[in-house]
Design a protein around this ligand. Sequence first.
Ligand code: HEC
Length: 137
Amino acid sequence: MRLILFFIGFLMACSCKTEKKSINIDEEAVPQRSELSVESQLMLGNRLFSEKTCTTCHAVSSKKVGPSVKEIMHVYREQKGDIVAFLKGEAEPIVDTISAQVDIMQENIDGFLQGVSDEDLKIIANYMLHIDEISMD
Ligand code: HEC
């Protein structure tokens, strides 16, 4: 019996890896963030990025209301910025410092981002950091 369960587990682990891009996480089945595999963390990050409305203003590679995720990551990598600190309102913007633009993003930080846990902010930041590996465009 144990062997069969092990085998099923093994099969599931394999299929998860090949379906890297499909986002299908059951809300109730979401385990502790730290227990998630790297792939699952990225999938969850992808989901949170749209659920928390980031996608309204940020596309992967083209400018929308805000800079693209790729552009943001380029600047954060170069300047060794801390996205989580920025999203918590503890670090100054470094990508687009035009004040009208900063105000638009600041509204999110002061508003609904207050209700997002540090753990989820880390998951979102990690997703943005790995955008090159997971995006199609
Ligand atoms: C209503 C539009 C809007 C939404 C929604 C939005 N952003 Fe932004 N974002 C902006 C604009 C505009 C900028 C450019 C100003 C700036 O860089 O601070 C920006 C900049 C950023 C930056 C770069 C900050 C810097 O250092 O300059 C990050 C990181 C970021 N957004 C993450 C997010 C995440 C994560 C979400 C979702 C939780 C989100 N944004 C939702 C408009 C938005």
